[in-house]
Write a new protein. Structure first.
Length: 264
């Protein structure tokens, strides 16, 4: 009798080990499922060598994350224009995206009337479609112009930046959307090092350094991980000291104030 009992216990223990092993394997597979991320924006998303989707994809790979990154971008193009893009609509309707990044052309959120008439309505509309097909919208808060936008009522960079930030947070709070606070990261970085070259000569578009900071912010937002823990790579053409500084800014701005950006 004891012999049968011992045999039964051995078999049960073996099956239990096999079951736990299978569960662990499934869990590992689930964690390694690639994230499908689609960027929508203008030249503040892709500008020559300052390519945000590409930089973000490289950082994700460095951090051990598998991502499939795609884009709908066009220079000086608003979200309202993109919303009529059949390729974008089809991409969302496939139902395979995890995240859709929305970047409005920088002037619109900085002007209250344009914000109310154009930015807010199109974010509501696009977000409804994105949610319908199972993806999460992330708002990409951009930066102000180096010399402000006087014709839009912003004589300084700080004035324009504050208006852009306020607009993004207003609609994010209304719809409970996460925000990638790239503009705040730029502002913080410049407060620490005013000689940092984030803009190209036109005072609007990003240098590779400026765009790398944006990519580091998105890494922290999407993966909820500290980018300062990523190993250094020279593939971005940026020296190690600068990369460490940019990662530290992204980590501080995003991870130390997650509630403000509606992050879990």
């Amino acid at each position: 009798m004891n012999s049968w009992k011992n045999t039964y216990l051995i078999i049960f223990a073996a099956l239990h080990v096999i079951f736990l092993s299978a569960c662990g394997t499934q869990g590992e597979r689930a964690q390694k499922e690639p994230q499908n991320i689609h960027f929508v924006g203008d030249s503040f998303t892709v500008y020559h060598k300052a390519d945000l989707p590409e930089m973000f994809s490289r950082l994700a790979e460095t951090g051990g994350h598998e991502v499939n990154v795609s884009r709908t971008t066009r220079n000086a193009t608003s979200l309202a224009f993109h919303s009529r893009n059949k390729n974008l609509i089809s991409k969302v309707e496939e139902g395979e995206l995890n995240y859709v990044i929305l970047q409005e052309t920088e002037k619109i959120p900085s002007i209250p009337s344009d914000r109310d008439d154009y930015f807010f309505p199109i974010v509501r509309s696009l977000n409804a479609m994105i949610e319908q097909y199972g993806a999460q919208t992330i708002l990409y808060m951009t930066w102000g112009y180096r010399d402000g936008y006087p014709e839009g009522g912003h004589p300084t960079y700080a004035s324009m930046q504050n208006a852009i930030a306020e607009s993004n947070l207003m609609i994010a709070d209304e719809l409970d959307l996460p925000v990638a606070p790239v503009g705040i990261a730029w502002q913080t970085a410049l407060e620490r090092n005013s000689e940092l070259e984030l803009w190209v000569e036109d005072g609007g578009h990003p240098t590779p350094i400026g765009m790398f900071l944006a990519a580091s912010v998105f890494y922290a937002v999407i993966f909820n991980e500290d980018p300062t823990q990523l190993p250094y790579s020279d593939e971005f053409g940026i020296d190690e000291e600068t990369i460490n500084f940019l990662h530290s800014i992204a980590s501080e701005v995003v991870l130390q104030d997650k509630d403000n950006w509606n992050l879990q």
